[in-house]
Design a protein. Structure first.
Lengths: 352, 352
DNA sequence: TAGAGTTGCGAAAACGTTTTCGTGTTAAGA
DNA sequence: TCTTAACACGAAAACGTTTTCGCAACTCTA
């Protein structure tokens, strides 16, 4: 019922000025021992805490980080959030989350909602629709207004900001090389259409690995899935496409999937067709999820370390925020960093 | 570089007063057509947006909801967030997320960080440690300060607030009845220690179902897992316990698991012991996750509808927030609602 | 005892809004 | 020509802080 107590109320109650109360609570030496004790006791009694909003207004900083991600029901993204929240909290920041649902409009609106003073900076991963439309004005505008951005995973080079990524090419290459080493002769890739940058890069890694080992890539072994099929409603269409892949390439003995769902679908279809894992078919997936660890057989993965990505992104952002205070808008050209988080191969039952 | 533009700057630039600018932008009839147009054009040019923090301070409301959950890397919780974010956004609110990591202290600290003006109300699910310690003072204090709370899933009755829960007893009962109907004679339950309320309630549902069908519950068929084993590090200890369960009860033909991980572990162990699913053993899990849908065999579940829970919780909270405005702290006793979201059985391959 | 220094506190500005209440100017009515 | 009303705008307060500055009332020192 009783609203939170304010400096003004304490001042009135104790018959001193607001300034005195403020100083007393911050242990200023200007205030006599006596009054200081009196005020602090009173404040403690009424459980006084400074109003955050007022502080934000006064200091022109909110100590809050805005996160914009495509979706949250996704192991990778929630791991990243965990990482961000961890260091944010440790460094005295809060975290406010906006979901773009892969939609350009929602991304723009969400950013506008937050950019009006609610937060000090953004950490984000770009929506697929935005990547398709290649319209990045909302990012540049935000940056021009002096609000720093850190991008992770899905990034675009033309935006001047810090970035945290995994080396998709290298990771994919490592996966495919593992398959080759394990004796696979006909390795298929299940990937996304090229406008999804991670899909494109992982496909590139696949091709490079083949090339390095003097294996000719066959286009029939490259299955590029239309993105709409990621949703659970279209799971059977996805299965169909994968089944066709196997049917028309009976000699496939290795699959590299760019995400967990594709991998698990490949395994399901392969089994239906009578293939034994890992004897007839070996599978490696790019991922950081629970599916590969707990499904049967468990799936060998290139893991992305989502939490590490989140931690790094948060540190980059907060470092920049707190550096600004000293640098005080000097005219030195900003220099941005792109941090690559190493992936690593976790072997499980889907490979020999 | 250039900070966001303010009313004051526009006023100065156009040589009018701040009030005039404010009124012009809000289309007040006090302002002449001429100046209004001029000001609006200027504001549009410089992309003026009112500073949210200033508005929050003035209006004494932030249009922001605080979410405190035990963890975010969890399908159920991220689904709930999705639901909250959906209606929050639709109704003009933002969402700020704090993670308790199941720790009492982090829960308290997170709530204190947010309760100092940063948000208008909480939506939360209680940390396990808090449930164990049964110390709820931070909730009551928050409520006493006039900040409404909506609890979901893990709730305690003694806190006066709106609640959104699933009928755990009923859902569990339905699951077990399904197993019975399907011919299972020796149904085991894999659940958590009793201090986790959902574990306790689901165990209760299990017992009720057995009783209703005149089946004697056998304590050897009730496996209560210590909570620490949920983490991925202890996955083998979990497997051991489950294996012991099967070894010492060779006649088990049905398993009801209170979460996905237990179910998937049960299946894994059962297979290792040579049991066929669903012929020798049928499994039903309480869950809303991706594991049950995509693992092989896919798992029949009692689904919790996390998103619906989130939506309902957000609507309850926002309704209360916006009702307060009119009621204006009248002394009518607050009356709180407990909404039960219906679970339902989704049949998959792990049952006949 | 006059001047200087110390001590303890308050007034006011600032952060960026919105809104109430004036107030000066002009137009209309008597 | 005088009063009144309409019109267009500005001053100021308020939201809750922090901080700079000023100023009394002391306490020393010479």
């Amino acid at each position: 019922m009783k609203r939170k107590i304010t400096l003004k109320q304490i001042a009135k109650e104790l018959d001193v000025s607001i300034s005195t109360v403020s100083k007393a609570l911050r242990n200023s030496i200007e205030i006599s021992e006596d009054t200081r004790q009196k005020i602090q006791a009173f404040a403690k009694l009424y459980n006084y805490r400074p109003n955050n909003i007022a502080l934000s207004l006064k200091n022109r900083k909110t100590k809050t980080i805005g996160i914009i991600i495509p979706e949250i029901v996704h192991h990778f993204f929630s791991k990243v959030i965990t990482g961000i929240e961890l260091v944010a909290n440790k460094r005295g920041y809060n975290v406010i989350v906006g979901l773009s649902n892969e939609s350009f409009d929602k991304e723009v609106i969400n950013m506008q909602m937050l950019a009006n003073g609610s937060i000090d900076g953004f950490i984000l991963s770009i929506a697929k629709e935005t990547l398709q439309q290649q319209d990045y004005h909302h990012f540049t505008e935000t940056i021009n207004q002096g609000m720093p951005i850190v991008m992770f995973d899905r990034v675009v080079n033309e935006i001047p900001c810090d970035k945290v990524i995994v080396d998709d090419v290298k990771g994919a290459k490592e996966a495919v090389e593992k398959l080759i080493t394990n004796g696979c002769k006909n390795i298929a890739i299940i990937t996304t259409k090229d406008y999804v940058s991670v899909g494109r890069l992982r496909t590139q890694g696949y091709l490079e690995a083949l090339e390095d080992h003097k294996i000719n890539a066959k286009s029939s072994l490259i299955l590029k899935i239309e993105d709409k099929l990621m949703s659970d409603d279209h799971i059977d269409k996805l299965e169909n496409e994968v089944e066709q892949l196997f049917e028309s390439n009976k000699d496939i003995d290795g699959v590299f999937a760019v995400n967990e769902l594709y991998a698990v679908t490949a395994i399901k279809v392969a089994r239906k067709l009578g293939l034994k894992i890992p004897n007839d078919l070996q599978v490696i997936s790019f991922s950081d999820g629970v599916l590969s660890r707990h499904s049967t057989p468990s799936i060998t993965t290139i893991s992305q370390h989502g939490q590490a990505i989140g931690e790094k992104a948060a540190n980059l952002l907060i470092n920049r925020l707190e550096a600004e205070e000293v640098d005080y808008d000097d005219e030195t050209e900003e220099v941005y960093e792109t941090v690559v988080i190493e992936t690593n191969l976790t072997e499980r039952e889907s490979t020999k």
